[in-house]
Design a protein around this ligand. Structure first.
Ligand SMILES: Nc1nc2c(c(=O)[nH]1)N[C@H]1C(S)=C(S)[C@@H](COP(=O)(O)OP(=O)(O)OC[C@H]3O[C@@H](n4cnc5c(N)ncnc54)[C@H](O)[C@@H]3O)O[C@H]1N2
Ligand code: MOO
Length: 413
């Protein structure tokens, strides 16, 4: 999309995203944690294999290990029984071994025939039904990787399979990066907390629990500073307190242009605003800057919009890549592919629109349907959406036409 079509003064999404990614400085500090505690943590250094994988030649099937050259019409007697965990033995000449999945291949055997493909005669001799192929059903030592081969790189997020991989190497403790400490501030005089009695004009704080969940899922330690009034002095005090204990400050609300919106001027006063306003809907009043704490760079601050869905979109597209970068994790380009729209809709002027959609798979290919109301305060559709249909600025949605779709799975930590 050409920047010329964007509303004046707003950054293009890709430009803003690139600036967030470039600004992210990986946190220093690491610790060793037990494998059981390491889910979702970020590896602090490269790890190499300690052992060949598999460690020995072993059987992929329950069956019989034999030498193909010794197969005759008379069949082979079973002369050995090899369960998983047994010592490696030699296969005596002229016989075969009853073997089980994972058990070591006896020396001299060159094939495992699954038990479904053998016939046992009255004397208990093994007859192979069909062909026996050399090497069949034998998992070779080191066929996956060898000792000292690269296993996982620094910056890798330890997902369940990665933990299992390390466990398979006998690794019980891993070096991980220190968790990013994020101070979370909600601004707004109107805010009350869930559980408090409702009164007209009050708004339940939805951003707090949403961002806390997103940050914790992204392996951050959240320092929740609660709700701060729409007042520059209160905000000044909150930002000053936040910068002293956190690697990053995130606040929501008060980041737009009204005289009740104090985030931008206070950020400017306490450090410096780097940019404000991104050409996306929702999520336009996104602010990024630094609070001066005496260090060369200062403490980064992200101001997300108050409208909850705008805050969510700002997290997904701009704040999360910054957090990932601060955690030493790699941030790839947005995953997107083209999907047919099952609805028509007028364009957003001057901003890309991120429509919250579900995918209907009942037709030949997926069809995107609106997940519900699209206002930036409308959380129901956001809670149901499978992803975003990303519309270029000033482009109407026409039913049956294809548009870029961003699956929500890419934003899940
Ligand atoms: N004259 C203009 N007005 C607005 C503009 C603009 O460009 N010119 N931008 C609009 C857009 S777009 C958005 S998005 C909002 C965001 O404004 P703020 O970030 O300043 O947010 P607030 O004004 O504080 O609140 C907006 C809205 O969200 C509710 N809110 C705030 N915090 C929470 C929370 N923690 N949980 C739930 N809901 C929250 C708040 O009550 C308001 O209803 O500005 C537009 N205005
Ligand atoms: O960016 Mo606002 O989120 O359009 O409503």
């Amino acid at each position: 999309m050409s920047c010329a079509t964007l509303a004046k003064g707003l950054l293009d999404l890709e430009v803003a995203r690139a600036r967030m990614i470039a600004a992210a400085e990986p946190v220093r500090g690491e610790e060793r944690v037990a494998l059981e505690q390491a889910a979702g943590r970020v590896l602090a250094c490269d790890l190499v294999a300690r052992l060949d994988m598999p460690g020995i030649d072993n059987s992929a099937m329950d069956g019989y290990a034999l030498r193909i050259a010794e197969l005759t019409e008379a069949g082979l007697p079973v002369v050995l029984r090899v369960p998983a965990g047994a010592e490696v033995e030699a296969l005596p000449a002229g016989g075969c071994a009853r073997i089980f999945t994972g058990a070591p291949i006896p020396k001299g055997a060159d094939c495992v025939v699954p038990q479904e493909r053998v016939r046992l005669d009255a004397a208990g001799r093994v007859h192979v039904i069909g062909e026996a192929t050399p090497g069949a059903n034998i998992r070779r030592r080191g066929e996956e990787y060898r000792e000292d081969d690269a296993l996982l790189g620094a910056g890798w997020t330890l997902n369940a399979a990665a933990l299992a991989l390390l466990a398979s190497q006998g690794i019980a403790e891993v070096p991980v990066l220190s968790r990013l400490r994020v101070a979370l501030i909600s601004t707004g005089d109107e805010l009350i907390e869930p559980g408090e009695p409702f009164s007209p004009g009050r708004v339940y704080n939805s951003n707090r629990v949403m961002l806390k969940a997103l940050l914790e899922r992204a392996d951050c330690v959240v320092l929740d500073l609660g709700v701060i009034a729409d007042d520059p002095d209160a905000l000044r005090r909150a930002f000053s307190a936040a910068r002293d204990g956190a690697d990053l400050v995130i606040c929501t609300g008060g980041v737009s242009v009204g005289e009740e919106d104090h985030v931008r001027p206070v950020l400017d006063e306490l450090g410096g605003l780097r940019f404000h306003g991104v050409a996306i809907k929702p999520g336009k009043p996104f602010a990024f800057g630094y609070l001066d704490d005496g260090s060369p760079a200062g403490v980064p601050l992200i101001g997300l919009p108050g409208n909850p869905v705008a805050s969510l979109v700002g997290w997904h597209l701009l704040a999360r890549p910054f957090v990932l970068g601060c955690q030493g994790r790699s941030v790839g380009p947005l995953q997107q592919y083209r999907v047919r729209a099952g609805f028509s809709r007028r364009a957003s002027r001057g901003r890309r629109e991120l429509l919250r959609v579900t995918l209907d798979w009942q037709n030949e290919g997926p069809v995107a349907l609106l997940a519900g109301g699209q206002g930036s305060h409308m959380l129901h559709a956001a809670s149901q959406a499978h992803g975003y249909l990303m519309m270029a600025a000033d482009t109407d949605v026409e039913e049956g036409h294809e548009y870029l779709y961003l699956p929500a799975g890419q934003f899940v930590d």
